[in-house]
Design a protein around this ligand. Structure first.
Ligand code: SF4
Length: 309
């Protein structure tokens, strides 16, 4: 892996573009960031890629323009080692909450090497940390999710694992348009969540990247999901090449999130914990959405983007 471009100044993030092997098109992104509103001694996050490109093709995401292949166990661990050596060269991870998100380029559930990485990581990071898997929940990945459940229950107990489902709409046909892959329905996600959740586990996230097309029906959410096991996270649609191309308009903005606050208020009446997560202007400037850094790198080099092999 060779780092070929860095965006940002660490406040709040560094976004790295890395080349894997010799193929000029095999570019991935990895990110290290602090919470813009907290000290990095309180929380620090690594966000890594699991695939080169992504076969899912979500309508708001620049990663899904092209898919090359899964990253190997070694390549994923190399991303983590790079970030560890850069941020914590003396090996002391001096932050209270340390998270590793498998949520940059790629659908992690489509890569079984992610499971292998999760098993190996505690031998590399010898202190508590929280891995986070963000997924569209592809239907053909039941085996992956069952194995993930076993790994969580044996290695990452007591709240040291985060599972996030990209929901994006409570209307299944809109979900299909936004995330064009055969995937678990909302009921199936809920059923899996019932199997997943144990006392002291972190709640699973139901993530909504909120466009004006997204339906967020509170009755559907409260009838299907248990607020003791699931929380709701609302984010705006960031302006990406893909979101513009697909005419996705954000339901709310950085400087005006009244709509999100109103949805949150209604959901909280039914016991749901709600997080409204909005990228700061600095994060947006530094390509906070997945696929953006690689795309911008290619554009800056005037290279034909996503060349067919
Ligand atoms: S949002 Fe995730 S699953 Fe969807 S295309 Fe982007 S990387 Fe793939």
């Amino acid at each position: 892996m060779e780092i070929i471009k860095v965006y940002g100044n660490g406040n709040p993030a560094f976004v790295y573009v890395a080349k894997i092997g010799d193929n000029e098109n095999h570019l991935i992104e990895l990110v290290e960031s602090k919470d813009p509103y907290r000290n990095e001694k309180d929380k620090y996050v690594f966000n890594i890629s699991t695939q080169i490109g992504c076969p899912v093709g979500c309508k708001m995401c620049d990663t899904g323009k092209k898919y090359y292949r899964n990253l190997s166990t070694y390549e994923i661990l190399e991303e983590i080692s790079f970030l560890l050596n850069r941020k914590y060269p003396d090996g002391r991870i001096n932050t209270k909450k340390f998270k590793i998100h498998f949520a940059r380029m790629g659908e992690p559930a489509l890569n079984n090497n992610v499971l292998d990485v999760l098993v190996k990581l505690p031998n590399i990071i010898k202190r508590p940390f929280i891995p986070c898997i963000a997924t569209t929940a592809p239907r053909n990945c039941k085996k992956f999710f069952n194995e993930l459940l076993g790994i969580k229950n044996s290695i990452y107990t007591g709240g040291y694992f985060q599972l996030q489902f990209s929901i994006n709409s409570t209307d299944e046909s809109t979900r299909d348009k936004l995330m064009p892959i055969d995937k678990f329905s909302l009921e199936e996600i809920s059923d899996f969540g019932e199997k997943w959740f144990r006392e002291r586990d972190r709640k699973m996230d139901l993530n909504f990247a909120c466009s004006t097309d997204s339906e967020i029906d509170i009755d559907i959410l409260k009838n299907i999901f248990d607020p003791k096991k699931f929380l709701v996270k609302l984010t705006p649609i960031n302006e990406t090449f893909s979101s513009k191309e697909n005419d996705l308009v954000s339901l709310f903005e950085y400087d005006n999130n009244t709509i999100a606050e109103n949805i949150a208020k209604d959901l909280r009446k039914y016991g749901f914990e709600v997080i409204i997560s909005i990228s700061t202007p600095e994060e947006l400037e530094n390509h906070s959405s997945c696929g953006q850094a690689v795309l911008n790198y290619n554009i800056s080099k005037s290279r034909f983007v996503y060349v067919e092999e």
